[in-house]
Design a protein around this ligand. Sequence first.
Ligand SMILES: Nc1ncnc2c1ncn2[C@@H]1O[C@H](COP(=O)(O)OP(=O)(O)OP(=O)(O)O)[C@@H](O)[C@H]1O
Length: 269
Amino acid sequence: MSNETPAPDRGERILSLRGISKNFGAVSALTNIELDVHAGEVVALVGDNGAGKSTLVKVLAGVHQPSAGTVEFMGQPVTLDNPATALALGIATVFQDLALCENLDVVANLFLGHEINPLRLDEVQMEVRAWTLLQELAARIPSVREPIASLSGGQRQTVAIARSLLLQPRIIMLDEPTAALGVAQTAEVLNLIERVRDRGLGVIIISHNMEDVRAVADRIVVLRLGRNNGVFTPDASNQDLVAAITGATENAVSRRSQRKAAQAEGTDA
Ligand SMILES: Nc1ncnc2c1ncn2[C@@H]1O[C@H](COP(=O)(O)OP(=O)(O)OP(=O)(O)O)[C@@H](O)[C@H]1O
């Protein structure tokens, strides 16, 4: 559809942010952010409330214009001056509200605004395409003729992700994709994220859930007060991650593990 050029090789740098800052009046939401995303990798953006995660995603989605800095996409400097530009380049975003139409079925939601033949809706072709994509993603959707209102939270997230894939993006950004999902649905969405990565896309996820982040991310990028505060691999200790997120080496998690270590020493003695 939007991108006819071949997909980048796995590991190739798709997106590169240098010195990105964003001010809202006197508030510095982002200061000097650096971020790289490669084909076939999941990057988790983590940080406390107000760390700047949503602002960064909105800059990449073309919703906010950065106050300073450069964005390179596939090696070329780009200006993401509105959401349509970002989408046309191949940067898709699934926001937390998912923006699905409750009363319409899965096929209609997948193709909303991108009907295969807008002048004469080709229902059969759209249905086949919807099934093929959902099967490729091994998505558990009972029927593509089911209205969204009757689907679970995990299935809705799946439909929202599948919809953005129809535009053949290079990068997909997911804002809290597992928030408010149960254990089984979370596992389903994490599996889906892995399959999206395996298609060679770069995936950026925002999450507050460290367990989910560790399960699916290849790199964990920490933001704190609008600045980069460390990049970790998923095997980083909880203590190091919490310290980077909160900016404190002395915190509830470190005190708890010190207490446990002290207790263990006590029982050893
Ligand atoms: N439109 C705006 N106008 C003014 N300030 C804003 C605006 N959007 C964000 N901010 C400020 O920018 C900072 C970063 O906010 P942001 O929402 O990006 O953080 P976050 O990491 O996504 O937090 P959360 O986890 O709570 O969603 C905050 O201080 C916030 O108040």
